[in-house]
Design a protein around this ligand. Structure first.
Ligand SMILES: Nc1ncnc2c1ncn2[C@@H]1O[C@H](COP(=O)(O)OP(=O)(O)OP(=O)(O)O)[C@@H](O)[C@H]1O
Length: 237
């Protein structure tokens, strides 16, 4: 059964149609890459899925329910949309404790996720002193707080160094191996292909291809396929 289901999603900002018609699903135990050039509508799709924007048409559900219908959302889905938006004067530990409290989770869980993302040595430092990669790790720690079955991540490898990228890949693979579902949006082909089982390629607010990685790579390089599929998209609309 699919855990995440996006069906006939449409979303406009004024007269501009950011998401024209997006349908795809993500199943348990899968890492699904939502891949597309800048402005393709990836973040908008994730925002609707997470209840941060309303759809004009169509549905976006997790376990058959819209985000707003989830009783304990942080225990169902963990999200990292933007490494910004962190309180600069707060320590990493306090940031996680505040979120844990808001989600009705024990403070001890903050310590566990600090260990999971390797941030414990920096837990007492203020977030303003964190590198971009450390902020990404903190964002992922926050997403993991509620032990969710679903992770939704927007450009999670932004700012990670090669060791950080490998760490993230292994974390996502093990999350999926335990039966979780990961939906990862990115415009960076390599970032997605190194970790995803399935790909959904979007361009100009439409799904232009979807399938397993193997389905989408025939005898041509995936880069050629990706650029062809999204060729009419100029990056900035
Ligand atoms: N709040 C908004 N108001 C107006 N236009 C918006 C808004 N949010 C997004 N858009 C526009 O909708 C289009 C899709 O944006 P979106 O952020 O979903 O793309 P994306 O695929 O995530 O791109 P990127 O890889 O650059 O993050 C873009 O042209 C963007 O300018």
């Amino acid at each position: 059964m699919s855990v995440i289901r996006i069906e006939g999603l449409k979303k406009s900002y004024g007269r501009f149609e950011a998401v024209h018609d997006v349908t795809f699903a993500a199943g348990a135990g899968r890492v699904v890459g939502l891949l597309g050039p800048n402005g393709a509508g990836k973040s908008t799709t994730l925002h609707v899925l997470l209840g941060l924007a309303s759809a004009d048409a169509g549905t976006a559900t997790i376990d058959g329910r819209r985000y707003a219908e989830l009783e304990h959302p942080s225990r169902v889905v963990g999200a990292m949309l933007d490494a910004g938006g962190l309180h600069p004067g707060r320590t990493g530990r306090d940031h996680l404790r505040v979120l844990a409290a808001a989600g009705g989770l024990p403070a001890l869980r903050a310590e566990e996720v600090l260990d999971l993302v390797g941030l414990r040595p920096a837990a007492q430092r203020r977030v303003r002193t964190y590198s971009l990669g450390m902020k990404q790790r903190l964002g992922i720690a926050a997403a993991l707080l509620g032990r969710p079955q679903v992770l939704v991540l927007d450009e999670p490898a932004n700012g990670l160094d090669p060791a950080g990228m490998r760490w993230l890949r292994e974390l996502l693979r093990s999350f999926a191996a335990d039966g979780g579902t990961v939906l990862l949006a990115s415009h960076v082909l390599a970032e997605v292909t190194q970790v995803a089982d399935d790909l959904v390629v979007v361009g100009q607010g439409r799904v232009v291809a979807a399938g397993t990685l193997d389905d989408l790579v025939t005898d041509r390089s995936l880069e050629d396929v990706y650029l062809d599929l999204t060729a009419t998209t100029e990056g900035v609309r």
